[in-house]
Design a binder for this molecule. Structure first.
Ligand code: HSE
Length: 312
């Protein structure tokens, strides 16, 4: 292990699926997990900070630490300070676990000398996919922007950026309750009809073409889904009403963000002087009618993906 002063990693939040692209499409968002690893002479010290630090363990059970120490190996020991500054709400479908896994992996890879940048990124996507079970959050968080990903039968992951216009914004409406990906996946059926499979294939194709051609008026149809959202809707009170919202000024499309419970909406940009966010108000209203409090935020798209820095 080469001596180092600190290793810093920044990983964006991500919204997976984008409606029909279950386990295949993801988008990186401008909300981050930042980790700093420093050698220490006083054993392991984990310091959770940031807007979403509540619930992050400050001991060796911490997910980032567990992933890091497993990959780094016992020879690196426990003499580290790990500062975790997290702004990604946990358990809300915003890729917090993928970000944690990637941060742990990235610090371990960097500690061991890193690799070429492209090789490190591919390595990160594949290792995180193996841990997460699906590539969509990890690929978007590593690469930034809109990303299509595919697991091959031999276990590798093919991930490519998708062209997208910058003429619309991502609105996230985040309920105040958590939903585990595990239970949201357990709600899905084992088999689908050909009709539903074709429904989704057509919409994923339309979604990618609409993004590439800047046809944002088609996003509403292109982001409809029959593979996961109908089965998860009972777990997210208000979501069925949200999917039925029509004619809300500025609202282009809605989808469950990842496994939920957050809602991703694509919207026309707010007028500079506008204090009123009509899509946010309409979505929050659906939640409120179902006794679910939520917060709403327009987030920029993160185009950088993971950033890893070593300071000696
Ligand atoms: N594609 C995954 C799912 C994303 O929907 O279960 C989980 O964040």
């Amino acid at each position: 292990m080469e001596p180092f002063r600190e290793i810093r990693v920044r990983v964006p939040a991500s919204s997976a699926n984008l409606g029909p692209g279950f386990d295949a499409l993801g988008l990186a968002l401008g909300l981050h997990l930042r980790c700093t690893l420093r050698p220490s002479s006083q054993g392991l010290r984990i310091v959770p900070q940031g807007a979403a630090s509540e619930g992050i363990p400050a001991d060796a059970s911490n997910l980032i630490w567990r992933i890091f120490s497993k990959l780094a190996g016992p020879e690196v020991g426990q003499n580290f300070e790990l500062v975790i500054e997290n702004d990604i709400p946990l358990g809300r479908g915003l890729g917090s676990s993928a970000a944690a896994v990637l941060a742990g992996l990235a610090m371990a890879i960097e500690l061991k000398g890193g690799g070429g940048e492209g090789q490190t990124r591919q390595n990160l996507i594949e290792r995180a996919t193996e841990i997460e079970g699906h590539p969509d959050n990890a690929a978007a968080a590593v690469m930034g922007g809109f990303v299509a990903s595919c697991q091959t039968e031999s276990g590798s992951v093919l991930a490519l950026p998708c062209a997208a216009p910058r003429t619309f914004e991502a609105l996230l409406v985040i309920p105040q309750f958590q939903l585990s990906t595990e239970s949201a996946r357990a709600a899905l059926p084992g088999q689908y009809s050909r009709k539903d499979a074709v429904f989704n294939v057509q919409r994923v194709a339309l979604l990618l073409a609409a993004l590439q051609n800047g046809r944002i008026e088609l996003l509403g149809e292109a982001m409809r889904d029959r593979i996961h959202q109908p089965y998860r809707a009972p777990l997210v009170p208000g979501f069925e009403e949200i999917l039925k919202l029509r004619n809300i000024p500025g609202l282009l499309a809605t989808a469950l963000s990842g496994a939920g419970p957050s809602v991703l909406a694509f919207c026309q940009p707010l007028a500079g002087d506008s204090a009123q966010d009509a899509p946010a108000a309409a979505i929050q209203d659906c939640f409120r009618k179902n006794n679910v409090e939520s917060s709403a935020v327009r987030l920029p798209i993160d185009h950088d993906g993971i950033v890893i820095e070593r300071n000696s």
